[in-house]
Design a protein around this ligand. Structure first.
Ligand code: PEP
Ligand code: MN
Length: 261
């Protein structure tokens, strides 16, 4: 098992690491409010997208450079390390200056020039599984990063397209177990996109990830989900996230899991 260190946080050890925050950074006030709250609840990493790869061109595309500045402020005010998505190889340098962990999104898991570019850096890279990718195809994409010398990889199961359309995505619980047998990289579960648009399912899906051995969780949280510019339908409120963290801590301590959060 490889341990990926981010500051003094060890990912892939006995502690399950929770990264939480909004889908998209919308304003400094929104980001700082959410970051302070999730930190208080026990999240160790702040997530928030500023480059948003949206299915529809007319959807909010993220605050871009202005959002990067806000992320800097969040780190200054909370001390939390930042994970944020990069979608274009030309932005890697800019994002590098602010991010502690690069996120490569599901739609970009095979964007080879992007993978090569983050592979040349020394910062951890979370590569989310493509929503249509078999695990062997997914892990082949990861090699584009490691081949450049960057072995600080975090895997993430974020839900796949499956037969069932009742939920937007289907969290592939098996994949978390399988990845932990065929790879040494820490594996995250993303119960927010993993269910898709169903905040009522996120908590139980997060617990399922924990039980099957996820080393981390990526969870979307918003102070005003109804007004969110992106993925509000799957965002937990600050209160719901706080309650979930308490449940997860309890579950982690049971024999079924035997870890800490
Ligand atoms: C996200 O994490 O907000 C995101 C866009 O995820 P995915 O790439 O899994 O859709
Ligand atoms: Mn999202």
């Amino acid at each position: 098992m490889s341990i990926v260190k981010v500051g003094n946080i060890e990912i892939g050890g006995n502690r399950v690491i929770v990264a939480a925050g909004p889908c998209a950074i919308e304003s400094e006030e929104q980001a700082v409010t959410i970051a302070k709250a999730v930190k208080k609840s026990g999240a160790l990493i702040f997530r928030g997208g500023v480059y948003k790869p949206r299915t529809k061109r007319v959807s909010f595309q993220g605050l871009k450079e202005k959002g990067l500045k806000i992320l800097e402020t969040v780190r200054k005010e909370t001390g939390l390390p930042i994970i944020t998505e990069v979608v274009d190889p030309r932005d890697v340098e800019k994002v590098y200056r602010v991010a502690d962990i690069f996120q490569i999104g599901s739609r970009n898991f095979q964007n080879f020039p992007l993978l090569v570019e983050v592979g040349k850096t020394d910062k951890p890279v979370m590569i989310k599984r493509g929503m249509n990718a078999r695990l062997d195809v997914y892990l082949s994409a990861v090699e584009y990063v490691t081949a450049e010398g960057n072995e600080r990889i975090l895997l993430c199961e974020r839900g796949i397209n499956a037969l069932e359309t009742h939920t937007r995505n289907t969290l592939d619980i098996n994949a978390i177990m399988a990845l932990k047998t065929v790879s040494t990289f820490p594996v995250f579960g993303d119960p927010s996109h993993g269910t898709g648009g169903r905040s009522d399912m996120v908590g139980r899906a997060a617990m399922a990830c924990l039980v099957v051995g996820a080393d981390g969780l990526l969870i979307e949280v918003h102070n005003k989900p109804d007004e969110a510019l992106c993925d509000g339908d799957q965002a937990l409120t600050l209160e719901q996230f706080d309650g979930l963290m308490m449940d997860l801590k309890e579950l982690a301590a049971t024999n079924a899991v035997g870890r800490i959060i």
